[in-house]
Write a protein that binds this ligand. Structure first.
Ligand code: NAG
Ligand code: NAG
Ligand code: NAG
Ligand code: NAG
Length: 643
């Protein structure tokens, strides 16, 4: 084990050395990327997010997809584009030309308003807020200031500094435009229903931006609507996604269509020196570039030594591993395995090496931490592909039976359901127990329930139903979640709830079949509490002097005042019968197992009004398991009735 640690450290050290070397060496090249969409059809590499579609009649991207008020959508090119050379902080030069049309929605008399923007964003799965935000910025975006947009805005928002309802704006990491241009003075009306064409040219070397706007056609207008110096580098990551976003205002509709798009970028890069090259020729390259030779020569030497030692170590390790095969679950132990280099279908979970995870989380960096508890630390990670993930690192003292945990992780990873957060992979190298999940952009339910804003009733009801569906499916597959609570429920861009953050706790019970049966019953109990929390908008743990939520709910049931539990912040829009029904389902889930606690399949039917609900006992059954609010270290069942 010590040997593994050492090998790992060495590996990281070598990678770092090679990286630091790579940064400054090799001849400079220009990397060009060209995209051309004369029109759009659904088979192209365009990712549609939120309310957006590709019309099969007009072959245009359409945002929003129908006459929706207050909605937002994005259409992005599916692969990231290199837009910054991180070593020299030189932004790429690019040209984006597109034709677009903004018109009122057919058959609608609503006032037209909204806006469209060409965007450069850090990820390919979030949509910004609707209304004045133009789908540009959102609440979940981790890299909030890494956004560049050129907006074609037909909504006037004085609070964002808009001059009128017909302007072009340049936005750098903020919804408040850096520069706004009144295009009325160019004789252009953005939402007159005509097809316009925009040319956005950026020179990354001179850091100079030009925007032209004119009628659709190949001739660039003589006069630009904007030209000026602009440094985009603070707002760019090396790889960014490009495309369009748009939104409609509150009480307004408007259709934004993009019908043709050409994009070309040229970014500065440095050719990697081929590994077969001799030390002398490397130095020669450095000399050509007038680089300071003395500081480079020793590092080349160190790299050479490091590589030789690394190769030796790997060979020894492979040899030891192959000797151990059979005794140990050696496939979990390979550091640089062939398998890792084989490309995997994107949706299949796989094993990650510790080096991959470490690089994705910037060496488990503090800035990447999303949260932690007594059992684990959770990090945000980004793989080289640009794919964002959540990395959960379990504390080794909490994993008593690693072999069974691995089995369980793999079993859950095979399951796919729209309401379950997908497991991307795992890593059980060395002492580590790490599970890698998909990153869900809108954050976890607890933040929405107990944090900012008020989640409306329709969304809460949907969350309860979504989680019930997820659990029901898991149980059907003879698995259990073992960690049902608001912070394990995540919301995606359309506020669909996904259950994630599985418990994976190994109890002392031997038979896994029996264990999962018991755990399923605990899941139902915990789901009941979750329902009470969602409806009441308060946490399960009480403030000092207040009744515990479960006690309170039963007390209100006994006095037939359940309506008092419904979160008053939601206002009168709540359908009271529905809310009471949902509360009753929640209470029923907390009944003693042999005294009427339903299974998840039944719960789903109750929530959908597909099955008559049995009467709840008039008062809280005495045999109800005591509800303790103590959290045991490493316990996944902190509040379970089986403690
Ligand atoms: C890359 O492009 C820039 C700008 O067009 C040019 O100045 C530079 O010489 C090019 N570099 C190479 C290596 O072609
Ligand atoms: C994109 O390029 C194609 C082919 O050169 C051209 O037909 C089309 O008009 C261009 N569209 C835009 C918006 O520049
Ligand atoms: C925008 O330009 C038009 C036409 O030149 C002018 O009438 C209008 O006052 C301008 N609006 C603002 C806010 O400057
Ligand atoms: C929509 O706009 C009309 C007219 O301005 C207003 O009377 C109505 O209350 C608005 N509706 C909503 C939902 O904001």
């Amino acid at each position: 084990m010590f040997f593994h640690r050492f090998l790992f450290l060495f590996f990281i050290l070598t990678i770092t050395l090679i990286q630091s070397k790579k940064l400054s060496s090799g001849p400079e090249i220009n990397v060009t990327k060209h995209l051309s969409f004369p029109n759009f059809n659904p088979n192209q590499d365009i990712t549609l997010l939120g309310s957006s579609s590709i019309s099969t009649q007009s072959f245009c991207i359409q945002i929003p997809e129908n006459n929706l008020q207050f909605s937002a959508g994005r259409a992005l090119y599916s692969s990231p584009i290199r837009l910054l050379d991180p070593n020299t902080q030189t932004p790429a030069s690019f040209t984006s030309t597109f034709s677009f049309q903004i018109q009122s929605a057919p058959g609608k008399s609503d006032p037209v308003s909204g806006g469209l923007s060409f965007i450069i964003v850090p990820d390919e799965f979030t949509v910004g807020r609707p209304g004045p935000w133009l789908g540009m910025l959102n609440d979940a975006c981790e890299d909030e200031n890494k956004v560049v947009a050129v907006e074609f805005d037909t909504l006037m928002n004085p609070q964002f500094g808009d001059p009128n309802d017909n302007h072009v704006g340049i936005n750098l990491g903020s919804i408040v435009s850096e520069t706004v241009i009144n295009v009325s003075s160019f004789g252009i009306r953005l939402n007159d229903g005509n097809v316009h064409r925009a040319w956005i040219n950026y020179d990354g070397y001179k850091k100079f931006l030009e925007i032209y706007l004119g009628p659709d056609g190949i001739t660039i207008p003589a006069r630009s609507v904007y030209s000026g110096n602009l440094d985009l580098s603070p707002y760019l990551n090396e790889y960014m996604f490009i495309g369009f976003s748009g939104s409609t205002g509150n009480n307004h509709t408007q259709i934004h269509s993009i019908c043709s798009w050409n994009f070309t970028s040229v970014s500065r890069g440095f050719l990697r020196v081929p590994s077969t090259e001799s030390c002398e020729s490397k130095i020669a390259v450095d000399n050509d570039e007038n680089a300071p030779v003395p500081s480079k020569t020793p590092s080349s030497f160190y790299i050479f030594v490091a590589v030789v030692v690394l190769v030796l170590l790997i060979m020894i390790n492979l040899y030891l591993n192959s000797k151990r095969k059979g005794k140990d679950y050696s496939d979990e132990n390979v550091v640089v395995s062939k398998e890792n280099q084989r490309p995997c279908p994107p949706n299949r979970a796989r094993k990650f090496s510790l080096a991959e995870i470490s690089s994705a989380t910037r060496g488990f960096g503090e800035l990447q931490i999303l949260g932690n508890d007594s059992r684990s630390v959770t990090y945000k990670g980004t793989f080289l592909s640009g794919c964002n993930v959540v990395v959960k690192q379990f504390s080794s003292s909490c994993v008593s039976d690693k072999r069974r945990m691995i089995k369980e992780v793999k079993a859950v990873a095979k399951i796919r359901h729209p309401n379950l957060v997908a497991i991307r992979g795992w890593c059980f190298d060395h002492q580590e127990s790490i599970v890698v999940y998909d990153f869900v952009p809108n954050g976890s339910l607890d933040k929405w329930l107990f944090g900012f804003g008020v989640l409306p009733w329709t969304r809460r009801l949907k969350v309860v139903k979504d989680v019930a569906e997820a659990l029901s499916y898991l149980h059907l597959k003879e698995l259990a979640h073992k960690n049902v609570k608001p912070s394990s429920v995540f919301l995606d861009i359309s506020f669909r709830a996904l259950l994630g953050d599985y418990g994976f706790v190994m109890s002392a019970i031997e038979s896994s079949r029996f264990e999962s049966l018991i755990s399923q019953k605990v899941d139902v109990f915990e789901f009941g509490i979750l329902v009470l929390e969602v409806v009441s908008g308060r946490g399960r743990r009480s403030n000092p002097g207040e009744l515990d939520l479960l006690d309170l709910a039963w007390a209100l049931h006994e006095s037939d005042e359940k309506g008092k539990l419904v979160d008053r912040r939601m206002g009168p829009v709540v359908n009271p019968d529905q809310a009471i029904r949902v509360l009753e389902v929640g209470l029923m889930c907390t009944l003693n197992d042999n005294k009427g606690r339903p299974n998840m399949e039944e719960v789903v039917e109750y929530l959908n009004f597909e099955r008559p609900m049995p009467e709840l006992p008039a008062s809280r059954p005495v045999s109800l398991f005591p509800y303790s609010s103590t959290t045991g270290l490493c316990s996944g069942y902190s509040c379970s009735p089986f403690k």
